[in-house]
Design a protein around this ligand. Structure first.
Ligand code: AMP
Length: 190
């Protein structure tokens, strides 16, 4: 069982690259953003709570997010590996993921970081907003999400570096080249 965290700022291409890796390796994929958007679509209690944070560019509180992650992970078929996309986003989430996997006899095996300059992220998210219909892909919320990324999520780079799990790749250029770089890391580890 391989547990891989795909890491990067909003707009860094985590979802796109996860989809390509899933296709190539047959891994399961947990996108916490997708899980929350499905809850919003179904108008559940959780969806209503999540919407207030998401529309404001803020993170869902750690305790709630960790419970959602564990439930989603336990419901997966877990054939050969899992890609965690959009989780963890804070140090308490990374610690909780480590504990959660340890209690299940496994661990995170790699953190793949997509490096993309901020001005490129803003441009990508603005463009995505024109087609995605995502309420949080507007200029004001994008700026908030990037600020939240820098203060709450970016510290995870050093955290995973200290764990000896961090592998950074250039997250811009041709999609296939980025994916090849990610696959090279994965193939080198397993
Ligand atoms: P994403 O699709 O990964 O960009 O996530 C969209 C939004 O969902 C984020 O801006 C957060 O509000 C929320 N979200 C997704 N994953 C998490 C997480 N791990 N912790 C807290 N909030 C999250």
């Amino acid at each position: 069982m391989k547990n891989i965290v795909i890491f990067g700022a909003p707009g860094s291409g985590k979802g796109t690259q996860s989809d390509l890796l899933v296709k190539h390796y047959g891994f399961d994929h947990i996108s916490t953003g997708d899980v929350l958007r499905a809850e919003i679509k179904n108008d559940t209690d959780l969806g209503r709570t999540a919407k207030a944070y998401i529309d404001n560019g803020q993170l869902i509180p750690d305790g709630l997010m960790i419970d959602i992650l564990a439930a989603t992970y336990d419901a997966l078929p877990k054939q050969s590996g899992v890609i965690f996309d959009g989780f963890p986003r804070t140090i308490p989430q990374a610690e909780a993921l480590k504990t959660m996997l340890a209690t299940r006899g496994t661990a995170v095996h790699a953190m793949l970081e997509l490096d993309v300059p901020d001005e490129m992220l803003t441009e990508r998210l603005i463009n995505r907003g024109k087609v995605s219909g995502r309420a949080d892909d507007n200029a004001e919320t994008i700026a908030k999400r990037l600020a939240v990324y820098h203060t709450q999520t970016q510290p995870l780079i050093d955290w995973y570096e200290a764990e000896g799990l961090r592998h950074a790749v250039k997250g811009y250029g041709a999609l296939d080249d980025i994916n090849a770089a990610l696959r090279a890391v994965i193939d080198n580890i397993f």
